[in-house]
Design a protein around this ligand. Structure first.
Ligand SMILES: *[C@@H]1O[C@H](CO)[C@@H](O)[C@H](O)[C@H]1NC(C)=O
Length: 347
């Protein structure tokens, strides 16, 4: 009996020490994380870079209720025709280089510039949508740009006329407004800035073998300077000033795609990025909805000289636009209800 009891003791200790709430278990997890983070980039072969690209691939959090999900290029091309070039019907490997007059147009006709009927706009289940990574070996520095494709960018509802933000409609008396103030849109709301085809990207850098930074470009250069830009790796997260991009599963930076328009932000929240001439504001709404784990379905390719991508990556040679032509562009707003499709990668 004494012998059996003693024999059991180490087993009891092991069980106690392996319970998830236990400090020993946690510190093991931390050590595992540290090891994976230190792995960085082990060499410069294609296989080494593919491994690192997957290890550090972002997790893109779509917004709650996101209707316009990502898709593969392959899926999108099945639902559009090439215009201004040939052939009309294209695949990722047959999309020609073409020129800036070429564009892709939905096979389903858009009955109005903000109509949402083509089913392809909804994209695919993020669990099966690939992301595309293009890498450049620049000697000590290796850059990997992750590209995300969405068949549709939903624009923003904005006031198409005069937006009255608490305006006093009568003569003020001693600085006070004696009549009721007016707030709201005179002229009605429309959704501006819709477009077919939407490419977003983030860039990760390695210095020698180590992870170095992540770069987010948000809208224009001014917003990027303020909210995006280069976040440096500081041991267990990416940091720029007092802003942080956290990792999930040790090495995957978590970024947030704005609802409908998919601009990539470092954090959740309602981000005002533009004030219109009439005082109305444009906002990107970011929240932690579905996690699109781009590592699970990542297509990695080395940067090629202009026009030199081959096979299933030939679509990267395309110089045309990735969506329908613009429609309904009131001069006063400076935006169209349907904008031209964007150019694609690489940039
Ligand atoms: C890259 O790493 C080397 C050391 O391995 C260091 O001297 C250099 O400053 C680093 N570059 C940057 C941009 O941090």
């Amino acid at each position: 009996m004494v012998v059996t009891g003693l024999w059991c003791l180490p087993l009891v200790i092991v069980i106690l020490h392996s319970s998830p709430s236990n400090g020993w278990y946690r510190s093991t997890k931390i050590r595992q994380c540290e090891n994976r983070r230190k792995t960085g980039l082990t060499g410069r072969s294609h296989a080494d870079i593919v491994t690192a690209a997957k290890l550090w691939a972002p997790v893109v959090r779509l917004a709650f209720g996101e209707e316009w999900k990502p898709s593969s290029v392959d899926y999108f091309l099945q639902h559009v025709n090439l215009r201004g070039g040939s052939p009309t019907s294209v695949t990722p490997s047959t999309l020609p280089t073409c020129n800036s007059n070429c564009y892709l147009e939905t096979k389903t006709h858009l009955s109005c510039p903000s109509c949402r009927e083509p089913a392809v706009f909804k994209g695919q289940d993020p669990a099966s949508a690939p992301a595309y990574a293009i890498y450049e070996d620049k000697g000590s520095v290796v850059e990997i740009t992750y590209w995300f494709f969405f068949p549709y960018n939903r624009g923003k509802r904005a006031c198409g006329g005069l937006y009255l933000d608490n305006v006093c409609p009568c003569v003020k008396v001693w600085g006070h407004c004696p009549c009721p103030r007016i707030k709201g849109c005179a002229g009605g709301y429309s959704t501006f800035g819709n477009h077919v085809g939407d490419w977003e990207h983030v860039k990760i850098k390695f210095n020698n073998t180590k992870i170095y930074s992540i770069y987010l470009s948000v809208h224009d250069s001014e917003i990027t300077k303020q909210y995006g830009g280069e976040f440096l790796w500081i041991g267990n997260e990416f940091r720029k000033g007092d802003r942080t991009i956290f990792t999930t599963d040790c090495t995957h930076p978590q970024v947030y795609a704005a609802k409908g328009s998919h601009g990539i932000w470092p954090n959740t929240g309602d981000h005002v990025y533009k004030k219109l001439f009439n005082g109305d504001k444009l906002k990107d709404l970011c929240s932690a909805g579905t996690a699109w784990k781009t590592a699970d379905n990542l297509k990695v390719i080395k940067m090629a000289a202009k026009g030199q991508f081959t096979g299933e990556f030939s679509f990267l040679n395309f110089l045309g636009r990735w969506g329908n032509r613009e429609q309904n562009c009131p001069k006063i707003i400076g935006h169209c209800v349907l904008e031209n499709g964007p150019g694609g990668p690489p940039k």
